[in-house]
Design a protein around this ligand. Sequence first.
Ligand code: ARG
Length: 471
Amino acid sequence: MSKLWGGRFTKKTDQLVEEYTASIMFDKELAEEDVQGSLAHVTMLGKQGILPADDVETIKQGLTRVLEKVRKGEIEFSVSDEDIHMNIEKTLIDDIGPVGGKLHTGRSRNDQVATDMHLYLRKRVVEFVELLHKLQAALIEQAKANLDTIVPGYTHLQRAQPILFAHHLMAYVSMFGRDAERLQDSYKRINTLPLGAGALAGTTFPIDRHFVASQLGFDRVYENSLDAVSDRDFILEFLSHASIIMMHLSRLSEELILWSSTEFHFVELDDAFCTGSSIMPQKKNPDVPELVRGKTGRVYGNLIGLLTVLKSLPLAYNKDMQEDKEGMFDTVRTLQGALQLFAPMIATMKVNKDRMRQAVNQDFSNATDIADFLVGKGLPFRQAHEVIGKTVLYCIQQNKYLLDLTLDEFKQFSDLFDDRIYEVLQPEQVVNARNVYGGTARSQVAEAIARAEREQDQTAAWVKEYSERSQ
Ligand code: ARG
């Protein structure tokens, strides 16, 4: 059979043009969604009396057979049928005969492809919320196991103030929580039905768009037919949310890479998540975080790519928009890979508590607290800062830490020092003194963990509800 749109043409399409314009190589991934959309569409055509009931029945049975064949890998998709929509329609017509040609009544590939992508992405969004939830759970478990582990906290990658390692991990739980929230919020925009917009202007048939929406579990339909077929904001939104998630993962990756170096030696990633060197037998490389850090680039690239495709595009559909798919699929795969690996990698990570403690004992990250001590004695903070700066300089020259100084040595810098400074300078004391909501004191971190666990329950309930709704 010739092209589904062949009537107007007198010549065969150039072979190179056929290959250049086809999208079947990648949009075959939308086969399930394409059939799902068609089943709802044809059901509606029957309900509205646009097609007779027996045609509708024949088409539905045919579509179900096509889907089975797709699932079994029995269909040989062909470039000359350009994309998934025409490959499926062609297979249907081959199977049930000319009645299959009635399926496309009142519909265009423009509203069809948009519908397929909405169906596809809403499933992925729910899966990603679930993957983020699992990663948060792994981080929370590690935080619970490290509620007494003190580690240097950094600014400018210089030791700043000691913090609980649990507190550091819980910062990522907050970050991934915002990521999940953004995806959940985007669901309502993804869950809007374009079908019924036709090519751009609507259709002359008395269709019922709201019926199709309810069949497919969409919350609403696009208000404007031009917008329905030219909107790709929902993909852009997903690509930007994915970029932010990758950015978060790449920050964590960078820390894991640093922490597992000999210089830090704060953590050890499980053997199962590392690889060796083909020449240096001693090496154990953190390839997974390195690759996640590296793959962040392609996810950003996919976002910038689609933004650029859409820039200045006149309404409504343009073939340029076929370029929305490969980047989206690539981002879905890249993000799936990263999140699937991160949860077990965090769960199995060994934390070197002794080494962290040793690091804390050998730094000046308690300096702020001793300045605060002098402030408590009535010294203005700026003067206290100056006094401690001098004290630290003295320590560096003497090759000592603050806790090594005698009271007499302290008193060279201020009369206000007394015995209690030895308690004030203890890392536990330094940490627990930061007893503000969201701070690193043990009791605050324990509460933060409890709050995060309550949120986890809510997210789990959301995932359960929405994974049923998005099928
Ligand atoms: N393969 C096309 C795409 O992905 C489907 C829509 C084609 N529409 C058209 N009028 N050529 O964008």
